[in-house]
Design a protein around this ligand. Structure first.
Ligand code: NAD
Ligand code: TYD
Length: 364
């Protein structure tokens, strides 16, 4: 019998932390949270559940086979959800190696240990092979599909992969491995390909939190190129609800696109952000935040447009996002304004001391 425990990897990052918080706060079972705590991992994201016995934090790498084997044997999870990744396109352009290590090699090691664990479940209970209860859910991105022109239809689950950045190429590689482990070994896998997320706990290297915090600090809001690149934006809590739904009801071996039907050009996103800031926290000099917008050199190989067709998830699994861009972005701005201590610790780098100060003795 499997425990009502799940292992989440990368659960101290932006989306993983939101997922773990929602899961534990909704009392859905115990989460074993395996995270390496790279620059993007922040245990302060999880402070609300720091003393909750249903959250077990383990500092470690998804490429550490011995650790994975130990955790799988000890906790006997009913699912493993893989959020762990290097996730920032600009960093992947400057230094792709960590992306290869974590997104490709790390996912491979994780798959191997999960396969071995699942084989042990099958050996103990042959019904697990025909009708698996265990799930491996791999969290991926729409960026694996490449770029669209203004008139192309949105990405569907059958759109060919054509990744353009080192980041998206490594995510594509991991998606292919996950697919192959299902096809070859029968591993019960699910994959989600989601559009750009935004919301609480977003690390300020990505467009929305970077511009939000730069605006408040009186710094330039850097817009790459002409600012007309289009992304489909989804509030992070909606991404988390989609993952829960796919985990619960998704068809094994299938992929599900997750998106918010919110295509917007970068410049429009930043103008909306500025309007909300003008209203909620006006500049002390009476000027508008839009004045801080600065056009800068474009990103090399910059994808022009992403658009997600989430019809399959909506039709087959009855999932719908709860937020529009307008409601989600307002909640996001309010969250940042109300969480100044988090912002301070992230912008000063103080958050990196959190693990030593608050989690001493609790990491592997
Ligand atoms: P993030 O960079 O904020 O967090 C990644 C987390 O993974 C961090 O806590 C980091 O410490 C951890 N990590 C990195 N390497 C690790 C390793 N080797 N072993 C264990 N932990 C490791 O990323 P995010 O934005 O939360 O994205 C999470 C997942 O969702 C990623 O797989 C990403 O590709 C995918 N995704 C992100 C978006 C988005 O808009 N942010 C959209 C679609 C899909
Ligand atoms: P980002 O948040 O890095 O996500 P991704 O590259 O995965 O889509 O960037 C979102 C969009 O914003 C993308 O088109 C690049 C652009 N961008 C800027 O214009 N300025 C910035 O400072 C950043 C970080 C991104």
């Amino acid at each position: 019998m499997l425990n009502n425990t799940i292992i989440v990897t990368g659960g101290a990052g932006f989306i993983g932390a939101n997922f773990v918080l929602d899961w534990v706060n909704a009392d859905l079972g115990t989460v074993v949270n395996l995270d390496k705590l790279t620059y993007a991992g922040n245990l302060e994201n999880l402070v609300d559940i720091q003393d909750n016995p249903h959250h077990i934090f383990i500092r470690g790498d998804i490429g550490n086979r011995a650790l994975l084997a130990k955790l799988l044997a000890e906790y006997k999870p009913r699912a493993v959800i893989n959020f762990a990744a290097e996730s920032h396109v600009d960093r992947s352009i400057h230094g792709p190696e960590d992306f290869i290590q974590t997104n490709v090699v790390g996912t491979f090691h994780l798959l191997e240990e999960v396969r071995s664990y699942w084989n042990s479940l099958v050996a103990a209970n042959p019904a697990e092979k025909e009708n698996p209860q265990f799930r491996f859910l791999h969290v991926s991105t729409d960026e694996v599909y490449g770029t669209l022109s203004a008139t192309d239809p949105a990405f569907t689950e059958t759109t060919s992969y054509a990744p353009n950045s080192p980041y998206s190429a490594t995510k594509a590689a991991s998606d292919h491995l996950v697919r192959a482990y299902h096809h070859t070994y029968g591993l019960p896998v699910l994959t989600t390909n989601c559009s750009n997320n935004y919301g609480p706990y977003h690390f300020p290297e990505k467009l929305i939190p970077l511009c939000l915090l730069n605006a408040l600090a009186g710094k330039p809001l850097p817009i790459y190129g002409d600012g007309q690149q289009i992304r489909d934006w989804l509030f992070v809590k909606d991404h988390c609800s989609a993952i829960r739904r796919v985990l619960e009801a998704g068809k094994l071996g299938e992929t599900y696109n997750v998106g918010g039907w919110n295509e917007k050009a970068n410049l429009d996103v930043i103008n909306i952000l500025c309007q909300i800031l003008n209203e909620l926290q006006p500049r002390s000099d009476g000027k508008r935040y839009e004045e801080q917008i600065t056009f800068v050199k474009d990103r090399p190989g910059h994808d022009r447009r992403y658009a997600i067709d989430a019809t399959k998830l909506e039709r087959e699994l009855s999932w719908k996002p709860a937020e529009t861009f307008e409601t989600g972005i307002r909640k996001t701005v309010e969250w940042y304004l109300n969480n100044q201590a988090w912002v301070h610790n992230v912008t000063t780098g103080e958050y990196r001391n959190w693990v030593n100060q608050n989690y001493a003795g609790r990491t592997a």
